[in-house]
Design a protein around this ligand. Structure first.
Ligand code: ZN
Length: 146
């Protein structure tokens, strides 16, 4: 796959120095998601205070796209309330489904726009979405009181 070189650098940077990659104890919810097609795995710990996402920490193995995307996601979500976090998540999901037609709104997605090129490669979209779907699952569990 070919990605813009600047974007490639952002992804590699997150892959080499992942943000919040150390599971924090006593999470409100913990989820484990896998992407068998590529062998990516993410365990995610979510700490909530009411509607506020206090912390998102994770551990995982897999390709650079899956690991970098999870790292980028944690940076974006920590400190947000559930409503704004879901807006960011929907924006990213839309970007991933755009087949390369969208560039992504940097105001909303920050470093995640670096993953825009992934949407041209159907096999890799699940890699990019893995951590985000894990996050969505954890938040929805926290909302239903599980
Ligand atoms: Zn992958």
């Amino acid at each position: 796959m070919e990605l813009d070189s600047l974007y490639q650098e952002v992804i590699l940077d997150h892959y080499r120095k992942p943000a919040h990659k150390a599971l924090q104890p006593n999470p409100t919810n913990q989820v484990h998601h896998i992407n068998p097609a590529c062998g990516d795995e993410v365990t995610l710990n979510l700490h909530m205070d009411g509607q506020k996402i206090v912390d998102v920490s994770w551990d995982g193995v897999g390709c650079s796209i899956s690991q970098a995307s999870t790292s980028i996601m944690t940076d974006l979500m920590i400190g947000k309330d559930v409503d704004s976090a879901m807006k960011v998540l929907n924006e990213f999901t839309e970007l991933m489904q755009s087949k390369g037609s969208l560039k992504g709104d940097e105001e909303i997605l920050d470093d995640a726009v670096a993953l825009a090129g992934v949407s041209k490669f159907p096999a890799r979209i699940k890699c990019a979405l893995l951590g985000w779907m894990a996050f969505k699952d954890a938040v929805s569990q926290s909302q239903s009181g599980n």
